[in-house]
Design a protein around this ligand. Sequence first.
Ligand code: NAG
Length: 402
Amino acid sequence: GLGCCALVLLLLLGGSGSPGTSPRPRGPWPEEQGAVPEGAPWGRVRYEAVKEHLGAVGALSRRYWQYLACKVWQEGCEEEKQREDGEASPIPSWGFPLVGQDYLEILSAWYCSFGKCCETGDCRIINNITGLEADLSGQLHGQHLAKAVVLRAVQGFLQSPQPQKALVLSFHGWSGTGKNFVARMVATHLYRDGLKSDCVRVFVSLLHFPHHNYVDSYKAQLQRQISETLQGCRQPLLIFDEAEKLHSSLLDAIKPFMAQHDSEGQPHQQRSIFLFLSNLGGNTINEVALDFWRAGRAREEIPLELLEQRLRLELQEAAENSYAHSHLLRENLIDFVVPFLPLEFQHVKLCARDAFLARGLPYTEATLDKVAQMMVFVPKEEKLFSAQGCKSVPQRINYFLP
Ligand SMILES: *[C@@H]1O[C@H](CO)[C@@H](O)[C@H](O)[C@H]1NC(C)=O
């Protein structure tokens, strides 16, 4: 029980060369006796409890706690940072040389593993829906459908008390329309460390599974990596880029992880999110967008239902090009198909503006026009859609620097 955990903690720190006082045995922590009202910040209470205990051991400086609080609760980090900036080597100056960073890592990982040390129950998970919405609104251009679907899907999934299956989204559209951008945004706003989080895993078909001859070993490797990620995190995010190039047997290998959790012996609170990014259906989406434009209607009027229906039809027919999304569709594993519309001149200009702003560089309306004019627009007659979307726009602004 917790008594034993406290002991481990004391041993961990007591055995680390703390000078002076020996640990004084104590009873179980009062905070752990059910005295905490429902909904109280458990993490904080536990933090105070541990703090008191370890303070009594006399082994810890205020700074140590500051560091731990920063690590575990993301609190007091500024103070910690200032110190780091001000001193050449912060850790040796702590006075407890053996209580190093490794111990802190172990301690905070262990501490987080039994308790709700963060609001989400896992400090790696932040689930900042407000931030996601703000970024989708401010930085994703021309994608009213993708924005709405992603936000609704992710928010609904994270709020549902006991999801029966993983959330599976399939992003479709031409390259440069923002599929990767949105996947990254989701990672950034759901996880403290974004794409680098151990809860997040990105697979790029041609990078990770380039040779069809090795499909069997890829399959074993993929299954191992997915189960590791699923076991190490209760809200894992798995991103499959270039999904149209994923061998169908690899897709089959992923399927069991998306289905019912119970059969896999996963804990019930597990919330896995799968994103598949592909350019399949891109042409269909573009045809619909072009039809709307020719009919003099705004792209914002394009209804999701229309695109979703056309996309699902097309994906089923795409089975012969070894793309196996259709299996997923047949088994209803894909919850949402997310269409990314082709980008127009005005959207490319907005991407250019963001690129200038991101680098803190000045720009004029004329410069933005020039950057956008570098892109190829199709179809031949209308020259309406950027063939590469906003791809490489951040690099292209280099030509127009003062
Ligand atoms: C959520 O993200 C927004 C924008 O990135 C940020 O301003 C806000 O502080 C974040 N909220 C939390 C609780 O982290």
